[in-house]
Design a protein around this ligand. Structure first.
Ligand code: NAD
Length: 350
C-alpha cells in the first residue's frame, strides 16, 4: 500500500497466492470510507482470484489492485486520474512481476495503456496493441455458459428460449450478458442504479425495474452483475428464482449464505466459477502462441464443463456448490505447492 506521490491517493495491491504462477487480478478504482475498507476489499478480492484461477486450471495466482477514491466524492478529473494510474503502476512495478494488473470496475483498457507507461506487468491492453482487449464480453460469455448449465441442472435443458432472467447491473458485463441472453430468446428483467442504462433495457425488450425488485423478481434465474454481498440473510428468503448465476464478485454476504441457498433449493453458481471468462481470456495472452480469440472462446466456454464437475462433486458429497468449488481449488493449489515426485528428481548420486 502506497500513497501516490503524484495523486496523493492510496494505491493498494494484494497478492494472495503465487503457488500456481504470478498473481493476476484487476485494478478497481472505487470510493471507500477509509483506507482499511479499501485494503479489506483488495484482500478479499485477491483471495477470490486465487480460487478463480485455480478452479479454471490456469497457471496463475490471485491478486487484486485498488486505487482508492474517497466515498461520496465525484469521479477524478482526467489529470488526477492519470496521476493516480501512474502511481498505481509504480506500486505494481515494485512487485517485480509477482502481480500483473488488468481492468476492473472503474478502469478501462485505455487506463491499462497509461499504466503500461510505467510497468510491463499489465494485461488487457487494447486489441490494436496485440493484446486481448476489454475482458468484459468474455466474462459475459462465461456467465451465459454458466446460466446454460444451471438451466440444464434445474430444468433438464440448457435452452434459454422462454426462460426468464433478471440481470442486476447493466454495465460492461451485465450489458453484454443481457444482449447475449436476449439473442437466445430469454425474457429479461433488467435493473441498474444508473438510469441511462434504461435505454439498453428498452432496446432488448427487457422489463426495467429497480435493483432490489430485480433481485426479488419472479424469474427463473437471477444474475447479479453489479456489486458484492448481494446474497445474505435478508435477500435470500426474498428470492423467487430457482438459480442464481452472475458476474459480480463475492456475491455471498456470509459463509452461511451458501447453505441458506441450498436449503431453499436455489442453485447458486459460485461467482468465481461463473465469472472466470475475463481472466481465462487474458491468460491466452500469456500462452506461448500469443493471443487468439478462437482459442479464447473455446477456453471460456469450458467454464460449462468446470461447473458440471463442481455440481457433480457437490451432489456426490452432499455439499454446497461453494464447498465443492473451494475443494477443487484447494486440490489444485496443493498439487502446485507439492514437491515434485521423487522419480522426477533423477537418480541419487552413487
Ligand atoms: P461496470 O462498472 O461496467 O458495471 C457495473 C454496473 O453496475 C454499472 O452499470 C453500475 O451503474 C451498476 N451498479 C452499481 N451499483 C449497483 C447497484 N447497487 N445495483 C444495480 N446496479 C448497480 O462493471 P463490470 O465490469 O460490468 O463488472 C460487474 C461485476 O462483475 C463486478 O462485481 C466485477 O467485479 C465483476 N467482474 C467483472 C469482470 C469483467 O471482465 N469486467 C470479470 C469478473 C468479475
Amino acid at each position: 500500500m502506497r500513497r501516490g506521490r503524484r495523486s496523493g491517493l492510496y494505491t493498494i495491491v494484494a497478492v494472495h497466492s503465487t503457488a500456481r504462477g504470478p498473481s493476476l487480478g484487476g485494478c478497481r478504482m472505487w470510493g471507500y470510507a477509509d483506507s482499511r475498507d479499501a485494503v479489506a476489499d483488495a484482500l478479499r478480492l485477491s483471495r477470490a482470484m486465487t480460487f478463480k484461477a485455480a478452479v479454471a486450471d490456469l497457471p496463475l495466482g490471485g491478486g487484486k489492485g485498488v486505487i482508492m477514491r474517497r466515498a461520496g466524492e465525484p469521479p477524478l478529473d482526467p489529470e488526477l486520474r492519470r496521476a493516480a494510474l501512474l502511481d498505481f503502476a509504480d506500486t505494481v512495478d515494485a512487485l517485480e512481476g509477482r502481480y500483473m494488473t488488468a481492468e476492473d470496475v472503474g478502469t478501462s483498457d485505455a487506463d491499462m495503456t497509461v499504466i503500461a507507461e510505467r510497468t510491463p506487468h499489465v494485461t488487457g491492453l487494447a486489441v490494436e496493441r496485440g493484446s486481448s482487449g476489454d475482458p468484459s464480453r468474455w466474462t459475459a460469455l462465461g456467465v451465459q455458459e454458466a446460466i446454460h448449465v444451471a438451466c440444464e441442472r434445474v430444468w433438464g435443458s440448457r435452452e434459454l428460449a422462454g426462460r426468464s432472467v433478471a440481470v442486476v447491473g447493466l454495465g460492461r458485463v451485465g450489458g453484454a450478458l443481457a444482449r447475449g441472453l436476449a439473442a437466445e430468446g430469454a425474457r429479461l428483467v433488467a435493473a441498474d442504479v444508473d438510469e441511462s442504462k434504461r435505454a439498453l433495457a428498452g432496446a432488448l425488450g427487457a422489463e426495467w425495474t429497480d435493483p432490489e425488485s430485480a433481485m426479488r423478481a419472479d424469474v427463473d434465474v437471477v444474475s447479479p452483475c453489479a456489486l458484492n454481498a448481494v446474497l445474505g440473510a435478508e435477500s435470500i428468503p426474498a428470492l423467487r428464482c430457482r438459480a442464481v448465476a452472475g458476474a459480480a464478485n463475492n456475491q455471498l454476504a456470509s459463509e452461511e449464505a451458501a447453505a441458506l441457498l441450498m436449503e431453499r433449493e436455489i442453485l447458486w453458481v459460485p461467482d468465481f466459477v461463473a465469472n472466470a471468462g475475463g481472466i481465462i481470456n487474458i491468460s491466452v495472452e500469456l500462452e506461448p502462441e500469443g493471443y487468439a480469440p478462437e482459442r479464447a472462446e473455446g477456453r471460456v466456454r469450458a467454464i460449462g464443463d468446470t461447473l458440471r464437475t463442481v455440481l457433480d462433486d457437490a451432489d456426490a458429497a452432499g455439499t454446497t456448490p461453494l464447498a465443492a468449488a473451494m475443494a477443487l481449488g484447494y486440490r489444485r493449489l496443493a498439487e502446485a505447492s507439492a514437491p515434485p515426485p521423487a522419480a522426477s528428481l533423477g537418480a541419487p548420486p552413487a
